[in-house]
Design a protein around this ligand. Structure first.
Ligand SMILES: NC(=O)c1ccc[n+]([C@@H]2O[C@H](COP(=O)([O-])OP(=O)(O)OC[C@H]3O[C@@H](n4cnc5c(N)ncnc54)[C@H](O)[C@@H]3O)[C@@H](O)[C@H]2O)c1
Ligand SMILES: [Fe+2]
Length: 404
């Protein structure tokens, strides 16, 4: 990378780091079941709710406890259940129309990151009727207060219930982009492990690896605080101790609870300390091919971490200690190697492949272009990389011979 660009990226990141303590972060109020929402509706004087979800959640009967509470509380509601995995601009606009038609004042997202992000974006559009979603992409572009937003995660991965991000797919341009603004942090989060019991093994594994990716990227980045480092280490330990248990037995209450906690903690960590090239590379794959977010992250993670080399080895060793795969007096390079191997092993044990099929060589330059644009200068990665360097990851992940 040109030296001037490097200096520019690092200066931008330093400026953000300096203002970190004064930025208006907040956490949602956490409640433990849908039944408790009755009190929230009274407190917020809720009149009309748009429930944002997807077909899988409805099919699995996960809406019932929420609908029971809404009915018992006498709150009017309607349901938008057409959110797609990797929610699109069209999803948001369709749901917004329903929100307006029913004069809603509250959004409740029940589902994975897709439903939660869709609801966040609906809220942003509701308060900025003249702005397009695309124009609100990037950092700190949404400043107005959103309608009351309640997030009920049914996957343990994205942490969207506590993050400032909403990731939206532009299906025409085949790209994903993130809105990152404080008003997008939900006001309430319902963390109820029972809602994740029906999550099938292949989604338990990949969404769990998304949570791990948040923790790892937040920790190895250069904008950490004491708090985010501690949260990232705790989340890493929780994932290593619980994800395989939840994968093997969906109704293991303790494992499910711990995975929800891991996703939540990692969500706070990366909201304050950002993600890195794993997410940037994975988002471009998701935007182009619709690959599930957690799967793309899980596959990309070992390649990017290996490429960071010495710039991240000490921190990766720390994460290895939290994961229980090395000791703190281990040589950093060896510790990092062990941690990356442990991630590969976790993937292997949960049938996550080491490569992705379907990546087309001709798409690689454009995906690398989007990844570079997403990450530089915003993400405080341990080692800055150019578009050409990022291209290498797509060759590796796709198992395609590199021309260079
Ligand atoms: N906002 C953020 O901070 C943030 C962070 C990371 C990722 N994301 C975004 O979140 C999206 C991915 O979210 P996700 O990984 O949670 O998956 P998802 O919301 O896309 O859901 C995936 C599938 O799982 C099903 N599902 C969810 N919960 C279930 C349950 N309990 N039982 C049975 N089926 C269930 C859904 O019906 C859906 O078919 C991506 O668009 C990604 O970019 C957002
Ligand atoms: Fe993620």
């Amino acid at each position: 990378m040109f030296i001037l660009k490097k200096i520019g990226c690092r200066a931008f990141q330093l400026a953000f780091r300096a203002v970190l303590p004064i930025l208006p972060y907040r956490e949602p109020r956490v409640i433990s079941s849908c039944a408790e929402l009755d009190g929230v509706f009274k407190e917020e004087n809720t009149k009309s709710v748009l429930v944002v979800t997807d077909a899988g959640i409805v099919k699995n009967g996960l809406l019932s406890p929420l609908e029971d509470t809404l009915k018992k509380s006498g709150v009017r509601y309607c349901v938008y259940d057409r959110t797609q995995p990797n929610p699109t601009v069209e999803n948001v606009e369709d749901a917004l129309q329903i929100y307006r038609e029913h004069e809603c004042d509250t959004l409740i997202a029940i589902g994975g990151g897709s439903s939660m992000d869709c609801a966040k974006a609906i809220g942003a559009r509701a308060v900025y009727p003249k702005k397009s979603l695309e124009s609100m992409g990037g950092i700190l572009r949404v400043l107005r207060r959103l309608p009351t937003l309640i997030a009920i995660p049914t996957t343990a991965g994205t942490g969207s219930e506590t993050t400032l991000a909403a990731v939206i797919t532009d299906s025409e341009k085949h790209r994903k982009y993130a809105l990152m603004s404080f008003p997008l942090i939900p006001r309430y989060a319902v963390l109820d492990a029972e809602l994740t019991y029906t999550l099938p093994p292949h989604l338990t594994s990949t969404t769990g690896m998304d949570a791990l990716t948040h923790a790892v990227e937040a920790y190895v980045g250069r904008s950490t605080t004491k708090e985010t480092r501690a949260l990232a280490l705790e989340a890493t330990k929780l994932v290593f101790d619980n994800v395989e248990r939840a994968y093997a037995n969906g109704t293991d209450r303790e494992a499910r609870e711990n995975m929800l906690l891991a996703a939540y903690k990692a969500g706070i960590a990366f909201s304050k300390s950002y993600v890195g090239y794993i997410h940037a590379v994975a988002h471009a794959i998701g935007g182009r091919y619709g690959t599930p977010h957690g799967l793309a992250n899980a596959v990309v993670m070992p390649y990017v971490l290996s490429a960071y080399g010495k710039s991240a080895s000490k921190k990766l060793r720390d994460l290895g200690v939290a994961a229980g795969v090395c000791t703190k007096d281990e040589d950093p390079d060896e510790g990092a190697r062990r941690f990356i191997d442990a991630i590969r092993e976790l993937n292997w044990n949960m049938a996550i492949p080491s490569k992705l099929t379907g990546i087309r060589k001709e798409d690689i330059p454009e995906m690398a272009f989007h990844a570079e644009k997403e990450a530089n200068p915003l993400y405080p990665v341990p080692k800055l990389m150019t578009k050409d360097e990022l291209e290498t990851f797509y060759y590796q992940v796709g198992g395609i011979e590199c021309a260079q």
